[in-house]
Design a protein around this ligand. Structure first.
Ligand code: NAD
Length: 472
């Protein structure tokens, strides 16, 4: 005699039964990896009423999540609007539980959603070791994997799922895809700092191991996120869409970084050029900066390049664009040197106020941040760098203590580098504060935040792609 759980599992073999379970919210979802992307994903799913298990190997994170955020809180609670409230709500309602117990909770789930990191190695090739381990764990569920759907949400090379993920699961489990279990690629497209909002507004791409799997997850995601779902032919197409949208940005940012360097040498303000060019209907402005950082833009091109190698094709433009962006932090160091030359200060021993270390505005994240090579460079020249970032007040960074606020600049800092365009550095309060810094002589603005007329008089302002300007 079959017990209820076994009957239920078998019933999830046809579309109508999945649809009924989706309508009744009678599905259990396991999310493997509850970091920057996996946690908000789990929260949105559980908030919709589906029992969700967040499985992670980090016991401290698991404990904090089960406490509704922990103290000191996990970083995403600090910089993802709406996350803290939703976390407390779903934990309290018993709809979400974090755990380190993979087997126990994956077994009882109908959908296993993978959300672990996919970094690149120092040699710039994809490091799939973390996801490979998860795939192996999933395959090791053997018969308990039957009739489940596995969703791949990480950013991956186009062919990872079909040529590696599925064959591995088949070989570890002894089961067959599209007969015993199904697989879907649905790469995550949310933007840090806006993840909760993006999850319920940005369309999702779904590519299944067969049409059935694609349709079931389309229906589930429609219910959960209430966004447009674009079902594509297969996982490799879904993975490519995610890669191409990020690589498009990488290439355009590289174009902006390179051309902006040329423009300033030609004594032309690239920001003014962009403003003009943007008036043409088919021009898409991308802005120069200190380089690209975070888990996505610096790494994603290498997944495509790596799959390209396997078919003897190198996307040269993509490769060159990543190299141009990697060289951009060194350009910022050059701008700092230029500023110091203008005022006749040596780099060694000069106090430099460095503001913002996050790789992007308003997030607590320093993964592959351009702040790291720039500060390391400056310290190699014996500059005396003091750092402040509103998300890392009084923390330690590169063996330095981060200042508790920016008020130290007034003391004796002739040069400020605004590295990250955090809101705090764009406020009137901050701009007024700059006017009180009587020793200030140079401002290097890595994101061209400031207008000339709002800057203190008597300083050199150096933007990216803008000729140095003495503010009179
Ligand atoms: N962060 C972003 O901006 C962003 C945006 C879109 C897509 N992505 C993609 O989403 C994926 C996840 O990235 P993230 O930023 O959330 O990573 P993250 O590092 O913030 O979180 C990953 C989590 O996975 C856990 N983990 C690692 N190995 C595990 C295992 N074997 N079992 C269970 N848990 C495990 C880690 O402990 C961590 O908590 C990556 O492929 C990334 O490229 C990230």
């Amino acid at each position: 005699m079959l017990n209820n759980e076994e009957k239920r599992k078998i019933s999830l073999k046809n579309y109508e039964d999945w649809q009924k379970a989706i309508d009744k919210k009678d599905l259990r979802i396991a999310v493997i990896g509850i970091g920057r992307i996996g946690l908000p994903t789990s929260l949105v799913i559980s908030k919709r009423g589906f029992m969700t298990y967040g499985i992670d190997i980090n016991p401290v994170l698991v404990e904090k999540v089960n406490q509704g955020g922990g103290d000191p809180p996990i970083p995403f609670v600090l910089d993802e609007p709406n996350l803290a409230e939703t976390l407390k709500d779903v934990v309290l309602k018993g709809l979400f539980k974090a755990t380190t117990q993979f087997e126990q909770f994956a077994k009882i789930s109908d959908v296993i959603l993978i959300c672990v990191p996919t970094p690149v190695t120092e040699h710039k090739v994809p490091d799939y070791s973390i996801i490979d381990n998860v795939v192996k764990d999933i395959g090791s569920l053997k018969d308990d994997l039957k009739n489940k759907i596995i969703i791949f949400e990480p950013t991956l090379g186009p062919h990872y799922v079909e040529k590696h993920g599925i064959p591995s699961i088949e070989s570890f489990s002894g089961l067959k895809v599209n007969r015993d279990f199904w697989v879907v690629s649905c790469p995550e497209r949310a933007n840090p700092g806006y993840i909760m909002e993006n999850l319920t507004s940005v369309p999702r791409i779904v590519g299944g191991s067969n049409d059935f799997a694609g349709k079931v997850i389309t229906s589930l995601y429609k219910k959960v996120y209430n966004v447009e779902i674009i079902q594509v032919s297969n996982p490799r197409t879904a993975n490519s869409i995610k890669l191409i949208e990020n690589i498009f940005r990488t290439v355009n940012i590289a174009f902006a970084n390179e051309i902006s360097q040329l423009m300033r040498r030609l004594d032309i303000d690239y920001m003014e050029v962009l403003k003009g060019a943007a008036t043409k209907y088919n021009f898409l402005p991308h802005y120069p900066g200190p380089g690209v950082g975070g888990p996505c833009l610096p790494s994603n091109p290498y997944y495509l390049i790596d799959d390209g190698y396997k078919v003897s094709f190198t996307p040269n433009l993509v490769r060159l664009a990543t190299e141009i962006n990697q060289r951009q932090p060194a350009h910022i160091t050059e701008l700092i040197f230029e500023g110091l030359n203008k005022i006749g200060y040596p780099i060694a021993g000069t106090p430099i106020a460095f503001l913002g270390i996050s790789y992007k505005a308003n997030v607590k994240d320093i993964q592959i941040s351009s702040a790291i090579p720039i500060i390391e460079d400056l310290r190699n020249y014996n500059a005396s760098v003091k750092v402040y970032d509103p998300f890392y007040k009084s923390d330690r960074f590169l063996n330095m203590k981060i200042a508790p606020d920016y008020k130290f600049i007034q003391q004796d800092y002739p040069i400020i580098v605004v590295h990250t365009d955090h809101k705090e550095f764009c406020t009137n309060e901050f701009k007024q504060y700059l006017k009180k810094c009587s020793n200030l002589k140079v401002l290097v603005d890595c994101h061209n935040i400031y207008e000339y007329q709002e800057l203190p008089q008597g300083i050199y302002y150096i933007g990216v792609g803008r000729p140095a300007k003495y503010i009179e």
